[in-house]
Design a binder for this molecule. Structure first.
Ligand SMILES: *Cc1c(COP(=O)(O)O)cnc(C)c1O
Length: 408
């Protein structure tokens, strides 16, 4: 005789998170953010050309990532654009990016007149595969953008070596990885440049914002110029030695970011504890594959919690599983549509390349196709939950994956 397990909440059973407090909301703030905002307001120095809050945050963030230089700017997309331009990437160059990432990683290449070229990801980690990158390098390749997806860290030892050997600029897209480290080194300092985002969903946020990190003084100066209308560090107000944008942050954003940065280590520790507990709980669940962490990742950003459900994916039931998890009280996202399938990127790339008389390399990314069909994400605020909530999340995932027949 089989023992009946409770049916899924989506089919009328009890929700796994019912009776527990609501999962934490995001962002979190307190008196420090309020005080910082009011100080800027009353100072009258609302912009970073007149105050020193953004500059102070830049120094604090640089220290936290162990970077020699950090230049704040409007958002993570523009951080990538500034990093590419500072590195001299421009019209007709090729930039290698993973297809399993936010669209900005590839769009940034087009914004500087370069063609984004896709190299496949590793199916287990969802991270850009260095061997796949090497297989699509051409004489036009100028830069590679490994993405530290979900706060996990791409193989920076391999990418740094590849960059040196082939003379390519390595830009770390660390939009999801504030606080992450590879072999004890902060991300954003191992490649030539690193970029971060402080958009609302990120684990360090001011609503919008971004920053570029580097250990190279010349690259830092070039980024500063691009952010500050072509001015040079220490130069005159009307001395525009380069053509630059105005990409500056406001002091209000700087004030929030200073307070949020102070909260980050404790939040990161909590997310780490919860992610490890959840991974352990799911290790025994058939049909669930949690993205593994390389042992050289000495600090995981824990922005998202990624796991694959290959059996459900193969039956086309991943989206139904996400809906079933939502009914259990768990916000689970179905993640990215791979960028090598994005019509807008392909159209712009083709138009650009044909104008330049260049071929657009055909993307061959079966792993990105696979993981985009069978991956589920939990966002970072779930990982700020209590032990009790996390264990209920684990039970709900096990229940949903174990009752695939009920998802049809
Ligand atoms: C969020 C994000 C960006 C873009 O950052 P914005 O601040 O939203 O412009 C770039 N890359 C990745 C991987 C991201 O997650």
């Amino acid at each position: 005789m089989t023992v009946a397990t409770p049916s899924l909440a989506i089919n009328g059973g009890p929700a796994e998170l019912e009776g527990l407090p609501a999962l934490p909301s995001w962002p979190r703030f307190g008196p420090e953010e309020e005080r910082g905002l009011l100080e800027v307001l009353h100072s009258g120095a609302w912009g970073s050309t007149h105050g020193d809050v953004v500059a102070t945050f830049e120094r604090e963030f640089a220290r936290s990532q162990q970077a020699e230089h950090a230049i704040a700017l409007g958002n993570g997309t523009l951080a990538l654009v500034a990093a590419l331009r500072a590195a001299g990437v421009g019209v007709g160059d090729e930039v290698i990016v993973p297809p399993y990432t936010f669209i900005a990683t590839a769009a940034a290449a087009l914004f500087v007149g370069a063609v984004p070229v896709f190299a496949d990801v590793d199916a287990d980690s969802h991270l850009l595969d260095p061997a796949a990158v090497e297989s699509v390098v051409t004489e036009r390749t100028k830069a590679v953008i490994p993405v530290h997806l979900a706060g996990n860290v791409a193989d920076m030892t391999a990418f740094a070596e590849l960059g040196r050997r082939l003379g390519l600029t390595i830009i770390e897209d660390a939009a999801q990885a504030a606080g992450a480290q590879w072999e004890g080194r902060g991300v954003g300092t191992i490649g030539d440049l690193g970029t971060f985002s402080f958009q609302s969903s990120k684990n360090l946020s001011a609503g919008e914002g971004g920053i570029v990190t580097t250990n190279d003084k010349d690259l830092a100066g070039a980024v500063y110029s691009l952010v500050n209308v072509g001015r040079v560090p220490g130069g005159g107000w009307y001395q525009h030695d380069a053509v630059g944008y105005n990409l500056r942050l406001t002091e209000f954003q700087g004030a929030i970011l200073r307070a949020q940065l102070a909260r980050l280590p404790e939040q990161q520790q909590l997310r780490e504890r919860n992610a490890l507990a959840l991974a352990e709980q799911l290790a025994g669940v058939e049909g669930v594959v949690v993205a593994p962490t390389d042992e050289r990742v000495t600090a995981h950003g824990r922005h998202l919690f990624l796991f694959r459900v290959p059996g459900l994916g193969a039956q086309g039931l991943r989206d139904a599983a996400a809906a079933a998890l939502a009914a259990e009280g768990i916000p689970a996202a179905t993640g990215y549509v791979p960028l090598h399938r994005n019509g807008a990127l392909l159209r712009e790339s083709l138009a650009l390349a044909s104008k330049l008389g260049q071929p657009v390399p055909e993307a061959d990314c079966p792993n990105a196709d696979l993981v985009s069909s069978d991956t589920l994400w939990l966002t970072q605020s779930v990982l700020l939950g209590s032990e009790e909530q996390i264990s209920a999340v684990g039970r709900a995932i096990a229940k949903v994956v174990g009752r695939a027949d009920d998802l049809r």
